[in-house]
Design a protein around this ligand. Structure first.
Ligand SMILES: NC(=O)c1ccc[n+]([C@@H]2O[C@H](COP(=O)([O-])OP(=O)(O)OC[C@H]3O[C@@H](n4cnc5c(N)ncnc54)[C@H](OP(=O)(O)O)[C@@H]3O)[C@@H](O)[C@H]2O)c1
Length: 286
């Protein structure tokens, strides 16, 4: 199978490249905005035709949650229009689209883990564009697996773990929100689940949404305490409420995702968030 990974230098794209390096089953094609702008529909279609793409893993996205409030057109272009472009090329070529979405499609008012078919209600521009992206893929009628994830981090790129580690080096104390619950997800574990999805559904007539995060539940505050503890940093962490830390985009208060469906479909066990955090911090040290 010929597998295209878009956005290959982002957090998830980088982890896909690492796993693909030891994969013998498929031929891999890695692109980022410089080599394949997913907003360019002619270029996308041409790429599919020239390289006989059987599977597309879309790791490209507009991911700047707060900035999206000020540039909704750009967020929509990348998260909606380009998702439609990829889905339409997948439909024409009978290819499988593995697309990544977010917990921000929910309003965060729930009190039990969100299932794939729970009602959505995004509260931010980013969340709305990601939900629209899911819808245009579904409407295209291509073969697809949409994987919603949350609180993604890795040893590369810009993310919460790296921000907290660098703040701890320059400050005596950090204030972190303690009333938003969710699950941190190491991009390496998500990439591994995507590998399983590819191998399970490569030629199947699949049209499914799945939820994938690491196991467990925490808050940004407890996550920070764990990050600094594992990294051996002594900076003090103070719990604050969401009201005390206003941001342009509203974040869901509760965004835990129910992963039963993907675990059953793939027969996988998912690592607990703290175990994967240890691995990521080890990587950062090396
Ligand atoms: N990060 C999170 O906490 C989080 C949480 C839930 C879900 N997700 C979802 O998970 C997926 C992966 O996220 P991530 O954290 O790996 O994202 P990321 O690190 O921001 O990577 C996204 C990549 O897409 C590229 N890109 C942007 N516009 C493009 C275009 N028009 N054509 C081709 N490439 C383009 C970016 O390039 P530039 O860097 O040059 O712009 C970047 O390399 C996304 O769908 C995201 O919405 C993320």
């Amino acid at each position: 199978m010929n597998v295209l990974v878009t956005g290959c230098y982002g957090q998830l794209g980088t982890e896909m490249r690492k796993l693909a390096a030891s994969d013998q089953l498929h031929r891999w094609y890695f692109t980022d905005i410089d080599t394949l702008d997913i907003c360019d529909s002619d270029a996308v279609e041409c790429y599919f035709t020239e390289n006989n793409i059987d599977i597309c893993v879309n790791c490209a996205a507009y991911t700047a949650v707060d900035r999206a409030e000020d540039e909704p057109e750009l967020a929509e272009k990348v998260n909606v229009t380009a998702s439609k472009t990829l889905a339409e090329s997948c439909k024409r070529h009978q290819s499988l689209l593995v697309h990544v979405s977010t917990d921000y499609v929910f309003d965060g008012q729930g009190d039990r883990p969100y299932r794939e078919d729970d009602s959505t209600g995004p509260t931010s521009v980013y969340g709305k564009t990601k939900l629209e992206g899911e819808k245009v893929i579904q409407e295209s009628d291509c073969r697809y697996c949409i994987v919603r994830t949350a609180w993604l981090y890795s040893s590369t790129g810009k993310n919460f773990v790296k921000t907290m580690l660098s703040l701890a080096d320059t400050r005596d104390s950090i204030n972190v929100v303690c009333d938003q619950k969710g699950t941190p997800t190491w991009a390496g574990d998500l990439a591994d689940a995507i590998m399983h999805l590819i191998n399970r559904y490569a030629t199947e007539p699949v049209q499914e949404i799945f939820h994938f995060t690491n196991e467990g539940v925490t808050t940004w505050y407890d996550f920070t305490v764990a990050i600094l503890d594992i990294a051996g940093k002594t900076c003090q962490v103070n719990p604050i409420t969401t009201d005390q830390y206003p941001t342009k985009a509203t974040r869901p208060a509760y965004s835990v995702l129910d992963k039963s469906k993907i675990k059953q479909a793939l027969g996988i066990e998912i690592p607990f968030w703290k175990d994967s955090l240890v691995k990521c911090i080890e990587e950062l040290k090396n």
